[in-house]
Write a protein that binds this ligand. Sequence first.
Ligand code: SAM
Length: 230
Amino acid sequence: MPDLSTIDKALASITADAKTIELLRDLHTQALNEASYVSTDSQPASSALDRFVALEPDKCALVYLLLRSTKARYVVEAGTSFGVSTIYLALAVAQNAAAQHGEGVVIATENEPTKATRARQHWQAAGVDLGKWIDLREGDLRETLNSGLPQEVDFLLLDIWAVLALPTLRLVQPRMKVGATVVVDNIVAGSAGYQDLLEYLGDPKNGFKGTAIPYAGGLFVAVFLGYGDA
Ligand SMILES: C[S@@+](CC[C@H](N)C(=O)[O-])C[C@H]1O[C@@H](n2cnc3c(N)ncnc32)[C@H](O)[C@@H]1O
């Protein structure tokens, strides 16, 4: 049985209107009740087509709070699925942009058209105009993130099949500002697939320092300190 009490704890950590909170409660409940999927286990990727595979509520809350504390406004999400984590990213970006009287965007990515459609429906169901903060790029992110990134990226969420994590980081890193945060889900549960990423993040010449946080499956948080400063 999933622990649904984690949902209300997470929702208490964020600022959002009642309709969005209700939507997130419903989406998390559905997601926590589905069979789990990790890209490095033996299930084919096709078995994740009709699943949320969403970031758990406590991780979503942490990501939201990291964005608020760093005042992040330019965010890339690798792996959007039905758009649950994206809602947290968009709330934080919208609130940070409002506080700074500035702009902001969440670049979301999804290569399954049915998932992208569901994600858009969920964003429309939120109580605020979340969609205007989200640039959903449909298709293989190795193509869709190849151009048109913001001048400076504040935050990268790697919630993607493990084999794509390092290629995605390499695409986005040239635009990362010093101090940008990278969060990687399932770093322990999917460790077999993350060897190349962990080696890259651990090599001082690449400019990152990070630590694993003991959330379910492990969550890695790294900061880009700049080349030569890590
Ligand atoms: C773990 S799920 C993302 C969950 C989402 N972040 C959330 O919390 O709701 C990873 C998603 O990445 C998508 N994906 C896999 N390969 C991709 C690729 N090459 N380009 C874009 N998206 C991809 C999958 O279809 C899947 O929906």
